[in-house]
Design a protein around this ligand. Structure first.
Ligand code: ADP
Ligand code: MG
Length: 235
């Protein structure tokens, strides 16, 4: 892990914000890899946190060698996906990495709110197709879909500030991750333990909530607005 400064200036480009987000997610995973792996040990093969940490460490090394300000956002995201896909073992590398690579096409024309929503849906579609997954299978999908639904609706209605939007999406991701505790795993290695997976949250869903925590904290800092993430969705 690098010890880079992760404070946010309010005039950063989308490219710089994306890199900052990746650095912060990598830092969180470094802090919480034992916890994530422990969750995977309850229901899967105990490699998730370590796997993710290895992938993200390789991503940081790759980004370190890039001239971020002269690289388009889509190319940065595509690079993150490619490195995750090649460095991570297990199903999650293909799903996370491949999802980012495919979805990066949606922000080629610009990085406004609508493009990010299209990006998020393309990511969801990729996971759904490659993972052959649906809601209720006790995977990251259970946290991503409600959060992206929320983002999408908020941007469409255009009544919320960016931080209100990411706060509501975070609340949805957390609810989704919590909901996975009640489910029996139907996908990935966790499905091998059948009903013994009940009572433990899915590590991929917990990681998804962590990603939304970092998105929300970055958006709050970048827009200088404090919004608690415990609001229920009125939309
Ligand atoms: P593996 O199951 O191959 O050991 P990892 O440990 O790398 O995979 O990742 C586990 C996480 O990946 C799970 O917690 C789950 O959220 C997600 N996952 C696994 N399989 C699928 C799938 N088919 N569809 C969606 N998500 C999946
Ligand atoms: Mg695993």
């Amino acid at each position: 892990m690098t010890g880079s400064d992760t404070s946010v200036q309010q005039d950063l480009s989308s490219e710089a914000l994306i890199v900052k987000l990746v650095e912060r997610i990598a830092r969180r995973v470094d802090d919480e890899k034992e916890y994530l792996t422990e969750l995977d040990s309850k229901i899967g093969d105990a490699d998730f946190g370590v796997n993710l940490d290895r992938g993200l460490t390789a991503v940081l090394e790759e980004l370190d060698g890039m001239d971020v300000e002269s690289t388009f956002a889509a190319e940065i995201v595509e690079t993150v996906g490619r490195v995750l896909m090649s460095e991570m073992a297990g199903s999650s590398g293909i799903l996370f990495g491949g999802g980012l690579m495919t979805a990066s096409a949606e922000i080629k024309g610009g990085t406004d709110a609508e493009s990010f929503v299209a990006f998020a849906w393309a990511y969801v579609d990729h996971v759904e197709e490659k993972g052959d997954v649906s809601i209720g299978a006790k995977t990251m999908f259970d946290a991503i879909v409600p959060a992206v639904n929320l983002l999408s609706k908020s941007v469409e209605h255009d009544e919320r500030s960016p931080a209100e939007t990411t706060g509501a999406a975070l609340a949805a991701a957390r609810r989704g991750a919590k909901f996975t505790s009640t489910l029996e795993a139907k996908k990935g290695r966790a499905s091998y333990v059948e009903s013994r997976s009940i009572g433990h949250p899915d590590p991929g869903a917990v990681f998804t909530a962590i990603v939304f925590e970092e998105i929300h904290s970055l958006v709050q800092e970048a827009t200088d607005q404090d919004i608690a993430a415990d609001v229920d969705d009125p939309l």
